[in-house]
Design a protein. Structure first.
Lengths: 496, 222, 247
């Protein structure tokens, strides 16, 4: 000790009072010395390996890519967020500073909230960096629309909740096993949320941010409906408030009447928010273009989003797609051209191809040939580059050709999945023949009404015969018999 | 020189040592070592894992069939491995290291014993329920991930070693969904896959060796 | 009087750690001596308001710590160094002292200067930016002292403050204590009688939860005249009082 400073020092009149600046200084200290940044290399590796790789295997559509945040990135994060938060919550017990901090004036709850806030801010920063990378790459690839922010907000709310739960658990149970158990618990919650959401076990499963992967064209033809996201935010933020308030109520004696009241109010408000969200979710109903919660629904979101389609020609037929699919237009025209040539001038042959929104509520997804002149309305639930869904150029082409031919020959009811399964045997044989002529790898698969391997062989044989006909003969036969064929009045034996 | 204790009490006759197997010095050393590593708490945590596994199997928490059904068991196995990894941390540091020859054997016994206990607990938890992959899967997955945790403990210290099995678990979950075939992602492989078993065994052996010889790194706090 | 204690007790299960202590102390350095398990640390923890008493009355700095508002005011004016000092290894010396300055609700504008002054007074100026995990035990103890004095406390409670300090540092620390004692109440719990003799104006000796001696170091020394146990006069006085108390 230096004696030079051992001079009589002026005694302060009072001990002074804390200012808001001191809270910021405290937060700054906590940010500098938080454990969360140590997890960043690991989280970055998981992001690249899991979420980013999966997202790049989706088509370049904003809402589709954003789903990787909730389904891939969020589960990767929650385990480490909860574990590290539990670690930080148990700090004073681990480091034996409990007496030291208890003997200070600042209420423990305030100091704990500062530690939690620092942890959560780091989590948010790391997560947003990943979002920035994902959205940045998507921005360079997408041809329409903009980044959706609701999924980001929901993910941040879930991360804040996991951080609060982990922190609370670490504070209450400061053991060396708390961090790993908190990590496992958080991941299990995430996994179960996903399972319930995918299984659609009940409306309440919608409260889970991890959910099924949306259609490619979500948010393109119709606005992304934020109803469920709003309810999720209410639920997650409400639970976060409850978790943090419990920390304050636990140290009630040390907190003073004002803080005690504040903790109680926060707890009640949090419960109310979460309860309201549960109630709202119970009223959710699935519509064609999203899930609607009546109390939260904005009718303006029901209006279709206006757009100017981009068009090209396939065998002389205009083919128009949504501008978000601009980059896939050559693939679409290349796939449809051989089929359009085969059916050109036949009754009901489309004079135009228009992309329509995928409608999950009807079996054909919305595929149909309607109107005068006939227009082929084509839904596209996948694109050729969606490796995450096992798609490639061949499967994409197969799907487009099969859709057109099936709808043309059998009608919308004949198309249930990616592959013709409906219609009479004669209809199936004609569909197969036309697809073979268009050089498509197709299935001879069975479907409703085709009960036996023998039947499939007969259909395949008839298809080969029909395909082997000269083009003009085949075309002439179709011109004469298409109506009867569509009505289901032609048998296999009657096919040439 | 302190003032305390200057007036020493009269020497007493040395108290006779309690006899019996339980008070054997060797067993007492083992018991104290286990207490220092919080093994009773670890066993309770492993029992909790077994209970969660039982609940997960009974209430069909897993997603679908096939590899999807393995997701929850793999998560629980990673949890068990994480618990074993954090027990590697010594509360004593240098004074313990500067002792005789028994410490490596104690570490070895603790790590192997806990792994066996984890396996037994989860096998018991899965009894009478269909466990995808069977008990061989539990043994392979738990042992392999324990090896990862013990290896990480030698680098980061025991307290943060749980991050290793958890990170590997996430990779394994991806592998399960993607039907990966690499033997280094052993949870995604069938239970009788020799390559996967060898890889898991190798990692476990490496972790055991490192834990035995070096133990967990002395606490390097964050 | 900054410290007014009457009939204070503290029980842990069946163990009566503090068995009715009466104490008054004003500005100055007050030494608390006693063997292990005498109740010194428990008494100090109660005075630090981190341990509630089982019974008895206590007023610190003219306030009763039983209710929140006065307790908070006491803690703003309190400095406490526990026997087992915990710390955050990744913090630097400056950060650690600043952290506690902020927890003591010092006005933000005063904190930087106060932290710097406390670190200098603890003779850690050249280690200000060092991480705590790199410091020796004695330096960590001085960090603990620095955080205890950063808010210029009116009541300073130090439990074994010189543990780990070398003789030169101990001499300087005693000078610091005397300086602090000019305007604050400093209570020092220690086993080292020479610390008490050199720095304290008054000393109490505890045994089995009770105060068995209260007076000046000279009076304690006088108790040891004719007593054979001890290498120094104060030690002989200490052992004499303890012997009398135990008999």
């Amino acid at each position: 000790m230096t004696l030079t400073d051992a001079l009589a020092r002026p005694r302060p009149r009072d001990a002074g009072h804390a200012s808001p600046m001191s809270l910021w200084r405290l937060l700054w200290l906590e940010l500098r010395r938080n454990a969360m940044p140590w997890m960043f290399p690991l989280l970055a590796a998981l992001f690249v390996f899991d979420a980013f790789r999966s997202a790049m295997g989706y088509g370049p559509f904003w809402d589709l890519r954003a789903s990787a945040l909730e389904n891939k990135l969020l589960p990767d994060f929650v385990a480490f967020v909860a574990g590290v938060a539990a670690w930080m919550g148990s700090r004073d017990s681990r480091r034996r500073t409990r007496d030291l901090v208890d003997a200070t004036a600042r209420p423990r709850w305030t100091a704990q909230l500062t530690t939690w806030a620092a942890t959560t801010l780091w989590v948010a920063a790391g997560f947003l960096c990943c979002v920035a990378v994902l959205y940045g790459v998507t921005a360079s690839q997408a041809t329409w629309g903009g980044p959706p922010w609701w999924p980001v907000a929901v993910c941040l709310a879930e991360l804040a909740l996991m951080s609060a739960l982990g922190f609370a658990v670490g504070t209450f149970f400061p053991s060396r096993f708390t961090a790993p158990l908190a990590a496992v618990g958080a991941f299990l919650l995430s996994l179960e949320g996903f399972r319930n959401a995918v299984g659609r076990s009940s409306a309440y499963a919608l409260l889970s941010p991890t959910t099924y992967v949306p259609d490619d064209d979500t948010g393109l033809f119709h606005h992304y409906l934020p109803d469920v996201s709003i309810a999720q935010l209410m639920f997650l933020i409400g639970l976060t408030m409850v978790a943090l308030a419990i920390l304050g109520l636990r140290r009630a004696a040390d907190a003073g009447p004002q803080l005690r009241r504040a903790a109680a109010v926060i707890a009640v408000a949090g419960l109310a928010a979460a309860g309201t969200a549960i109630g709202l979710i119970g009223t959710a109903r699935t519509q064609a273009y999203g899930t609607v919660i009546p109390a939260l629904h904005d009718a303006a979101n029901d209006r279709p989003i206006p757009y100017t389609p981009v068009c090209s020609q396939a065998a002389g037929v205009p083919v128009c797609v949504h501008p978000a699919y601009r980059n896939f237009l050559p693939d679409v025209t290349a796939a449809l051209a051989p089929v359009l040539r085969e059916i050109a001038s036949l009754p009901g042959a489309p004079a135009r191809v228009d992309q329509v929104v995928v409608n999950d509520l009807i079996p054909s997804n919305g595929a149909a040939i309607t109107g005068v002149p006939p227009v082929f309305r084509l839904p596209m639930p996948a694109t050729p580059d969606e490796t995450s869904f096992g798609q490639n150029a061949v499967s994409f082409t197969s799907y487009l050709q099969a859709t057109l031919v099936t709808v043309f020959v059998v009608g919308a009811h004949g198309f249930v999945t990616l592959g013709p399964v409906g219609g009479t045997p004669a209809q199936q044989a004609v569909v197969l023949a036309l697809l073979q002529k268009a050089r498509t790898a197709t299935q001879t698969g069975s479907g409703p009404g085709n009960g036996s391997h023998t039947k499939a062989d007969q259909v395949a044989a008839a298809a080969r015969r029909f395909a082997a006909l000269p083009a003009t003969t085949r075309h002439a036969w179709l011109a004469a018999h298409l109506a009867t064929l569509r009505a289901g009045d032609i048998t296999l034996a009657q096919l040439p | 020189m302190t003032a305390a204790g200057l007036q020493k009490p009269e020497p007493r006759a040395e108290a006779s040592r309690p006899r019996g197997l339980l008070h054997h010095p060797g067993l007492r050393l083992v018991r104290l070592h286990l207490a220092s590593r919080r093994i009773p708490g670890a066993l309770a945590a492993l029992a909790l894992c077994a209970l969660v596994l039982r609940a997960g199997l009974s209430w069909h928490w897993s997603l679908g069939n096939g590899n999807g059904a393995q997701q929850v068991p793999v998560l629980i196995e990673a949890g068990a491995a994480s618990i074993i990894a954090v027990t590697a941390q010594s509360p004593f540091g240098d004074p313990e290291r500067a002792t005789g020859r028994w410490l490596p054997y104690l570490r070895l016994g603790t790590a192997v014993g806990l792994t066996a206990a984890a396996f037994a607990a989860m096998a018991a938890g899965a009894t009478a329920d269909h466990l995808p992959g069977g008990t061989l899967d539990i043994l392979r997955n738990t042992a392999g991930m324990t090896g990862i945790g013990l290896l990480l403990a030698a680098v980061t210290g025991g307290a943060l070693a749980w991050t290793g099995p958890m990170a590997y678990m996430i990779v394994a979950q991806i592998g399960l969904i993607g039907d990966w075939t690499s033997p280094w992602v052993w949870p995604a492989r069938p239970p009788h896959d020799l390559g996967a078993g060898l890889c898991a065994g190798l990692v476990f052996a490496a972790g055991i060796v490192v834990a035995t010889v070096r133990g967990a790194r002395a606490v390097r706090e964050i | 009087m900054n410290v007014e204690i009457a009939g204070l007790t503290r029980r842990f299960g069946r163990n009566q750690a503090v068995a009715g202590v009466d104490l008054e102390a004003g500005p100055g350095v007050f030494g608390l001596l006693g063997p292990n398990g005498a109740g010194k640390t428990s008494l100090l923890r109660m005075m630090a308001t981190v341990l509630p008493p089982s019974s008895g009355k206590m007023r610190l700095l003219g306030r009763e710590p039983g209710s929140y508002g006065p307790r908070r005011e006491i803690r703003r004016r309190l400095g406490y160094l526990p026997q087992n000092l915990g710390y955050y290894p990744s913090f630097t010396v400056v950060e650690f002292v600043e952290y506690f300055a902020l927890l003591k609700e010092m006005p933000a504008a005063r904190v930087p200067a106060a932290v710097a002054a406390a670190i200098e007074r603890a003779d850690l100026g050249d280690k200000a930016r060092a991480k705590l995990r790199t410091l020796s035990g004695g330096m960590l103890r001085r960090v603990g002292i620095a955080q205890a004095i950063v808010n210029d406390p009116e009541l300073l409670l130090l439990d074994e403050p010189t543990a780990g300090l070398d003789p030169e540092q101990r001499v300087a620390f005693r000078a610091l204590l005397r300086n602090l004692g000019e305007r604050a109440t400093v209570v020092v719990s220690t086993h080292l009688v020479e610390d008490v003799g050199a720095a304290c104006t008054e000393v109490a000796l505890m045994n089995a939860g009770k105060i068995v001696f209260r007076g000046t170091p000279e009076q304690l020394t006088a108790k040891g005249e004719g007593h054979g146990v001890g290498d120094a006069p104060l030690e002989r006085g200490y052992s004499a009082v303890l012997t009398e108390a135990r008999s």
